[in-house]
Ligand binder design. Structure first.
Ligand SMILES: C[S@@+](CC[C@H](N)C(=O)[O-])C[C@H]1O[C@@H](n2cnc3c(N)ncnc32)[C@H](O)[C@@H]1O
Length: 443
């Protein structure tokens, strides 16, 4: 058949086939089988390192974009719209599974899996409801239903593993997220706090109130997210947020070019997990982590915390985190934690780099200018500014002539008929953007 619809389907299918050829070639050359969706994720498996191979990365993006566009093209539009309207079920179920430590219970059960009755027993929750929750996730390829009502981990569910014995997680609920990779914390925070804020989007747009954000409406509060997180009663949320932020990493700036002894100032750095990752690879860099008082002086948080004070009695989550992950920097005084409000003059006069990671998206342009002015006032001619944030690209194809409006800002486009920005292949950027809109501060 030659109708345009069929030819588009074929073109999408060809993109998928070519991407599979590329992936298979790379894995065959490395003599490594591709990881299975049915097996738990193993970061030490050489197959995982190949995901960073640029050919595999490009092919993966094409498959994600093409597969979603292919099903959107053929599926009933009403069914697609209704499924999209109910996608909140995935968030809610994922959070429930993480909060009930299902992944860890299943890890201990092994590949045969466990009946929902036994999965629900340690949390004393309803086994029938839990089975329905896990089944909804299984149809989205998160967990696997081995036989009716018997579930096991798979590649996707296993990344939520907090890495502790389930008994320990159930015994001390308030400390279940401390000392973890932070990924479960990020998932829980996203599927709880962020979801509730984003759920208010239409309400806020249609019935706006001066200065009110989505998260304000959801939590019936005023002020910024940071004011709210720093309230004594929200300490669990704040620590979950801080721990969750630790699961990100990034590439792109050549830190090794900085002089030995150069000072990296992590402005609004949380507990400094990113500067820690940078210092691990560049131990000659001095680090100053700046944030608001409660984030920096965790002794206050700990004393009123739902968490017990850390065993080492430092009373400080930052130092504890650094002591566990880069003790040499703490012992040699190469890391400093500084209470600093980035709306006040920057106190470090000799920075090699000011880093703003995931800061600018939370504030209006006017306020971002204020933050940047303070950094510029303190900068030396050699000081660099590193901004790490996500760029939201239009879903429309932009003519090449318009791409160079900002020098160096041209970005690659996906091949037609894919959406030029790779559609859901890049969904994470668009999710992040709208989450920020529910807490974007203009005052
Ligand atoms: C989205 S988090 C980013 C944390 C860290 N940079 C990262 O990449 O994970 C924003 C951080 O800005 C901090 N923050 C908010 N208002 C601030 C202010 N006025 N001065 C300094 N830090 C602030 C928050 O406490 C929080 O740690």
């Amino acid at each position: 058949m030659t109708s345009i619809g069929i030819s588009t389907l074929r073109r999408l299918a060809n993109i998928i086939n070519e991407a599979i050829d590329d992936i298979e070639r790379v894995y065959a050359a490395a003599d490594t089988p591709l990881s299975s969706l049915d097996a738990p994720f193993n970061p030490a498996d050489p197959a995982e390192a190949l995901l960073q191979n640029p050919i595999v990365e490009g092919a993966t993006l094409n498959i994600m974009a093409a597969a979603s566009q292919l099903s959107a093209t053929v599926a009933s539009p009403a069914a697609s719209a209704l499924n999209a309207a109910q996608a909140y079920h995935i968030s809610a179920c994922l959070r429930a599974a993480s909060e009930m430590n299902v992944v860890e219970v299943l890890r201990e059960a092994g590949p045969a899996g466990l009946h929902a009755r036994e999965i629900a027993a340690p949390s004393k929750t309803d086994p029938l409801l839990l089975a329905r929750i896990l089944r909804l996730l299984a149809i989205h390829n998160i967990f696997r239903e081995v036989t009716p009502n018997v579930f096991t981990n798979n590649r996707i569910s296993s990344v939520l593993d907090k890495g502790k014995p389930s008994k320990v997680l159930f015994e001390n609920r308030n400390e279940r997220l401390t000392g973890t990779s932070g990924f479960a914390a990020l998932v829980e925070f996203s599927a709880d706090h962020n979801m509730k804020g984003v759920a208010m989007l239409a309400d806020i747009m249609l019935h706006p109130k001066e200065g009110e954000l989505g998260f304000n409406r959801a939590y019936r509060t005023t002020g910024s997210l940071w004011d709210w997180l720093h309230r004594p009663e929200n300490v669990y949320q704040m620590q979950r947020f801080d721990i969750g932020s630790c699961s990100h990493t990034f590439r792109g700036f050549n830190w090794s070019e900085l002089p030995t002894g150069g000072v990296l100032v992590d402005v609004g750095g949380g507990i400094g997990h990113i500067s820690l990752a940078i210092a691990q690879k560049n131990p000659g860099l001095r680090v100053v982590v700046q944030d608001l008082e409660d984030t920096i002086k965790d002794s206050k948080i700990v004393s009123r915390s739902l968490y017990k004070p850390p065993v080492n009695k430092t009373g400080n989550l930052n130092i504890q985190y650094w002591k566990e992950n880069l003790p040499s920097h703490v012992e040699s005084g190469m890391v400093d934690f500084q209470v600093h409000d980035f709306y006040t003059p920057q106190p470090v006069p000799n920075a090699a780099v000011f880093m703003l990671r995931y800061i600018m998206h939370d504030w209006s342009d006017e306020l971002v200018v204020k933050i940047l002015r303070h950094l510029r006032d303190a900068a030396q001619p050699t000081t660099k500014l590193v901004v790490v944030d996500k760029i939201v690209v239009s879903a429309a194809r932009v003519p090449d002539s318009k791409k160079e409006a900002i020098p160096g800002a041209a970005r690659p486009s996906a091949p037609a008929p894919l959406l030029p920005n790779w559609g859901v292949g890049k969904a994470e950027v668009y999710y992040y953007d709208l989450t920020a809109s529910t807490r974007l501060c203009t005052h």
